[in-house]
Design a protein around this ligand. Structure first.
Ligand SMILES: [Zn+2]
Length: 444
């Protein structure tokens, strides 16, 4: 890294807070996910800062925008963020959902966590680097996209498929990981997403015999379906034996106590994995990252209280670890249910995503800069249970990491896509600083 002048970090952090407030106030709720105003917001900043930019027209009529700081080499780092946010149930919020105001130590509003907050932190990293007197070694590209919340097909995927030559990143920074103090108060853990689970939506249909509800029969499709679903709920899959995942779990266990650590070290033994899985079942985050999961999200059957319907159906959201064939997941469920009157149909299959190696220079720079701000912190790779647009880069073999370097509480986690979304100002300022330093160290 070349020596660079240090700009006034304090004024940069104040600027970040002011920009985030304005950005939260722009309505980009998806659906419909209109982003024209957000595009103008970034465009104005790029013009004022004399930053090269390009606007992409997506097939949906929506736009994406890239701000580019050319480096001495063709190699580039991509800062990927989405402009759209999920809807809010305004009456369930304790504060105005689109104010972006700072109150009681928090910046409040939809997008502060997912992911306008991180988007502005990425923007600040770009501005910080642009304001340096010297040119970076690597090119820095800030890319704000629409429609991530509906899968990214007409956003990131379209840009990757049609404008690859504009991007060709060596590395990507995106959302998906965060820090927590819930494991050990003294040693915060930051999980960096190196991969993500794949989603499969299944319809499970029970066929029976229609009739009058006054005469119960064994062919009632509701009963058949309930029995099948009960088997699925009560027989979660055995946790994976993937060594990379278990390395992370062992490191986390070490922060708890030595006994937990020694037990998790025995993960290669299936009985131990089952026992640990049973224990972790109650902690929703760990339960979701150690195994394939099946969540019954919709059940539909019957029209009238006194009528047995002909059919009953349930929809199940399966989240499968990378490299697991979804046929194996369906086969397991079919075997478990073991009833010919039940049919499994795949409603939607999301894309398979690769895993980025954590043994890279970029990961080490992330690790180092997080630990500079949070002494004693552990920075660990993990597979995120949720989908992000990083998958479109990972499947092209590009090393992509998801990290919003802030410490979140259990309440914060609930507010992702939920109510009362907000970010602590202290955490947010640290996040901006960490991100600036990561980009600076990697690109200069
Ligand atoms: Zn997001």
């Amino acid at each position: 890294m070349n020596s660079i002048c240090t700009l006034d970090i304090e004024s940069i952090l104040n600027e970040a807070t002011a920009l985030l407030e304005k950005y939260i106030q722009i309505d980009t709720v998806n659906p419909p996910g209109e982003v024209d105003e957000a595009i103008s917001f970034f465009q104005t900043i790029f013009i004022n800062e004399n930053i090269e930019y390009k606007i992409y027209d997506c097939p949906s009529g929506k736009k994406a925008i890239a701000g580019i700081l050319r480096g001495k080499s063709e190699k580039s780092l991509l800062l990927l963020n989405h402009m759209d946010v999920v809807p809010v149930e305004k009456d369930k919020w304790d504060f105005e959902a689109f104010s972006g105001k700072l109150r009681n130590g928090y910046i409040e509003g939809r997008g502060t966590l997912d992911m306008k907050g991180l988007g502005i932190a990425q923007l600040m990293a770009l501005l910080f680097c642009k304001r340096q007197a010297i040119k970076p070694q690597k090119t820095i590209i800030f890319l704000a996209v629409p429609d991530e919340e509906i899968g990214g097909k007409e956003g990131t995927q379209y840009i990757v498929n049609n404008y690859w030559n504009d991007l060709k990143p060596e590395g990507v920074l995106d959302e998906g990981g965060f820090g927590t103090k819930d494991i050990n108060k003294k040693f915060p853990v930051f999980f960096v997403a190196c991969g993500q689970k794949k989603g499969i939506w299944l319809q499970i249909k029970a066929h029976g015999k229609a009739g009058h509800a006054a005469q119960p029969t064994d062919d009632n499709p509701n009963d058949i379906l309930i029995k099948a679903l009960h088997k699925i709920i009560t027989h979660p899959e055995c946790p994976t034996d993937d060594p990379i995942l278990w390395n992370t779990i062992c490191e986390v266990a070490k922060l708890k106590n030595r006994i937990y650590y020694l037990i998790t070290k025995l993960y290669r033994v299936r009985v131990m994995r089952l026992a640990i899985g049973k224990f972790l079942h109650k902690i929703k985050f760990f339960n979701a990252i150690i195994r394939n999961t099946e969540t019954i999200s919709m059940i539909k059957a019957g029209e009238k209280v006194n009528v047995i319907p002909e059919e009953a159906e349930a929809f199940v959201d399966c989240r499968v670890l990378p490299q697991v064939d979804y046929f194996d997941v369906i086969k397991r469920l079919q075997k478990l249910v073991n009833d010919k009157r039940i049919v499994f149909n795949v409603v939607k299959e999301m894309r398979q995503s690769d895993i980025s190696d954590s043994n890279t220079q970029l990961f080490r720079i992330i690790d180092k800069n997080i630990r500079k701000k949070y002494h004693n912190a552990k920075v660990l790779p993990f597979i995120t249970p949720v989908g992000t647009d990083a998958k479109y880069f990972r499947e092209k073999g590009i090393c992509s990491y998801g990290i919003y370097p802030i410490i979140v509480s259990q309440d914060d986690l609930e507010s992702f896509h939920g109510n009362n979304e907000r970010v602590s100002i202290n955490e947010y300022r640290k996040c901006c600083e960490i991100l600036i330093h990561i980009v600076q160290e990697y690109c200069f």
